[in-house]
Design a binder for this molecule. Structure first.
Ligand code: GCO
Ligand code: MG
Length: 402
């Protein structure tokens, strides 16, 4: 089998997506998600200028070798843009292999370890009252796990809270918009919020929360400790984990489980966190973390240290990534939970997905390959639009992490 062509399809059904399509001489093609929120064109150019020409003529069945060709073989390795491109290639190659063997992808990853995938939903509100109401809606929808984010009194625009009645979507048209931040206000509010949520919804519901990289290690330790009585499923990105050692501080003070890694793209971002057991869940998605080939290694490494998965699954990762993640989630032993933010209906006009939600779980059907189709005619009707993630400043104007 040979790769005869490949192309990048960029489209914007409500938000931008980048898809790599690899064609073979057998008529079988594969799809990979190459979307990097707010940096879509950088990945598209990297693929078009440097990867696609090198793919032509190669045997798509040699996935391990091709992965290393684009990783080890490249002097300027790692980084979000490069690894999103490597991930998309890898995903498309696994799609081709599974289709050529006429089997769903999970069969090539060890088969099923479970029949369905536990997911968590997002609940948000501008204030505590609205947040409680939204958690209630998710519970009514059957979700067993809910991530809770809320506006903080005294802060106007904040991560994780929708500006309108639509589901939360951080990327906005044009240049980055500014949000504001005050750690003291947040740290005072978050434990009170979770106390109320537990009071209303009881002990059974799994609760998750995303700090979005905004605390210092000692602030994160305080937060994790104060949230301990509310038994969170996880506290996500309490610190910016560039400083992996910072997580030691959090661990010293609390038993709140920690999830990290949606902005990571290599096992080397994780080595201290995994070997010192400083985290409990890895978040690095297939589409940014080097695809199935690399995640298999990272997840096996994590399993030795009793660390589980909780893959990133926000709306900026396309249905191809979500479907590939579900195959992976079904197959591995150390699966924890999968993030699930349903895409808007217009996205489903372009991507035909093979998964469905029911009673707190996602189910995937047995379509060979990853199982998602991309309608190129439809994609053309939604051309790319510049959109960026926000930037964040402290209330005194200091530039801060978003
Ligand atoms: C999450 C994430 C997202 C990111 C977004 C950035 O936990 O789902 O933090 O909300 O901010 O994916 O592109
Ligand atoms: Mg997050």
């Amino acid at each position: 089998m040979k790769i005869i062509d490949a192309k990048v399809i960029v489209c914007c059904p409500g938000r931008n997506f980048v898809t790599l399509k690899i064609f073979t001489d057998t008529g079988i093609y594969g799809l990979g998600d190459a979307t990097l929120n707010g940096r879509e064109k950088a990945v598209a150019t990297y693929l078009e200028a440097y990867c696609i020409p090198a793919l032509i003529g190669k045997d798509p069945r040699n996935i391990e070798d091709l992965w290393h060709y684009f990783y080890k073989g490249v002097y300027w390795k790692r980084g979000a843009v490069t690894m999103a491109a490597v991930s998309a290639i890898d995903m498309a190659l696994w799609d081709i292999k599974a289709k050529s063997l006429n089997t769903p992808l999970y069969n090539l990853l060890g088969g099923k370890s479970r029949e369905r995938v536990l997911v968590y939903a997002h609940a948000t509100g501008k204030n505590l009252e609205q947040t409680i109401e939204d958690v209630g809606k998710k519970v009514e929808n059957g979700f067993l796990a809910v991530r809770v984010q809320s506006g903080v009194p005294g802060l106007e625009k904040i991560y994780g809270v929708s500006k309108d009645d639509k589901p939360y979507e951080p990327a906005q048209k044009g240049l980055p918009k500014e949000e504001s931040w005050d750690t003291a206000k947040y740290l005072n509010y978050a434990p009170k919020m979770f106390m109320k949520v537990r009071e209303v919804f009881g002990d059974e519901l799994h609760l998750l929360h995303d700090v979005h990289h905004r605390c210092t290690p000692i602030e994160a330790a305080r937060l994790a400790k104060e949230l301990e009585p509310f038994h969170l499923f996880w506290l996500e990105d309490p610190v910016t984990a560039e400083l992996q050692e910072g997580l030691r501080r959090v661990r010293q003070h609390s038993t709140t489980p920690i999830a990290i890694g949606e902005v990571f793209n290599s096992v080397y971002d994780y080595t201290t966190l995994i070997t010192e057991q400083l985290i409990d869940y890895i978040r690095m998605p297939l589409s940014h973390g080097g695809g199935i080939t690399h995640l298999q290694k990272v997840v096996a490494f994590a399993s030795i240290y009793h660390i589980q998965t909780g893959f990133h699954g926000a709306t900026d990762l396309s249905p191809i990534n979500l479907a590939a993640s579900l195959h992976f989630d079904l197959a591995i032993n150390n699966f924890g939970i999968q993030e699930y933010m349903p895409h808007e209906e217009v996205v489903q006009e372009v991507f035909t997905a093979n998964y469905r939600y029911a009673n707190g779980f996602l189910h995937i059907d047995d379509t060979p390959g990853i199982g998602v189709e991309l309608n190129e005619d439809k994609a053309e009707q939604f051309p790319y639009q510049t959109a960026c993630l926000p930037v964040n400043r402290k209330t005194d104007g200091t530039m801060f992490y978003w």
